[in-house]
Design a protein around this ligand. Structure first.
Ligand code: SAM
Length: 251
């Protein structure tokens, strides 16, 4: 049976397509894409012409069957999305889950992913993180989602669209307080790549005062809440210091 390759494509800069990704795309029998017109341009750029199957959020359940049929018939399929890594706030979950359930080989071809790129350059803790994807589009839903995350101590990461970014940062200030540390990664890997960082209030002000500030694509990263047992941790550090001082005094 064929192999299902999950191929990451660039998030803006075409040079980020890996050599391996272009080889896999060139050798695949079929390419399943979120938007065949959009991906058609990337494939044209690579000089690749292939049978394509459209697989997006609204038809994934129905179309996954056609992709599985191709795999069953021994053909290799490459799954791509409009940008970055498939399944990361993108279609593919239904297909990959079913392919695995049937014992098919599913192989990742790694590459660009907006939130990993953003975190790698943000300067926020990356040892523990919670990727939340897109927050609800409506303000009330968004606020409740943020309230549920307010005490989370891991770094929080969201995706947001340009027309909601200011509203979302306003909600963040409201729910997390104006002093929580925030970093926004905008238009990563593209000409106008920008990082905004500071307290939530500072980032909001910068965004609003920059005429192009809310244009483009955004990754929103929020420093986790201070652990609740902060005080006891401080206490332990104090005890440590005291013991060290006493040891130094020992004859
Ligand atoms: N699968 C993609 C990935 O691996 O990152 C994400 C797809 S999701 C539908 C699109 C969202 O990713 C955008 O709304 C934005 O939040 C984020 N994004 C994608 N490209 C970006 C870029 N170049 N700079 C900043 N954020 C980006």
């Amino acid at each position: 049976r064929g192999t299902l390759y999950i191929v990451a494509t660039p998030i803006g800069n075409l040079d980020d397509l890996s050599l391996r990704a272009s080889r896999v795309l060139a050798r695949a029998d079929v390419i399943a894409a979120e938007d065949t017109r959009h991906s058609g341009r990337l494939l044209q750029h690579l000089g690749i012409q292939k049978k394509m199957i459209a697989l997006h959020d609204h038809n994934e359940r129905a179309r996954a069957g056609s992709v599985l049929d191709e795999l069953d018939a021994g053909r290799n399929v490459a799954l791509i999305s409009d940008a970055g890594t498939p399944l990361i706030s993108d279609p593919g979950y239904v297909l990959v889950r079913e392919a695995r359930r049937r014992g098919l080989t599913v192989s990742p071809i790694p590459g660009a992913c907006a939130f990993v790129s953003a975190l790698s350059a943000a300067g926020l803790p990356t040892d523990r993180l919670l990727f939340v994807g897109f927050l609800p589009a409506k303000r009330s839903g968004r606020r409740s989602a943020l309230e549920a995350l307010c005490a989370e101590t891991a770094t929080l990461v969201f995706y947001e669209s340009p027309h909601r970014i200011v509203d979302t940062i306003e909600d963040l200030v409201e729910v997390f307080g104006d002093r929580r540390e925030l970093v926004l990664g905008r238009e990563l890997t593209k000409t106008f790549e920008t990082f905004y960082s500071g307290t939530a209030q500072e980032v909001l002000e910068t965004l609003v005062s920059d005429p192009n500030g809310s244009r483009g694509e955004f990754v929103v990263m929020v420093h986790g809440a201070a652990p609740e047992d902060d005080e006891s941790e401080d206490g332990l550090i104090e005890v440590d210091r005291l013991i060290s001082a006493l040891i130094e005094e020992l004859p």
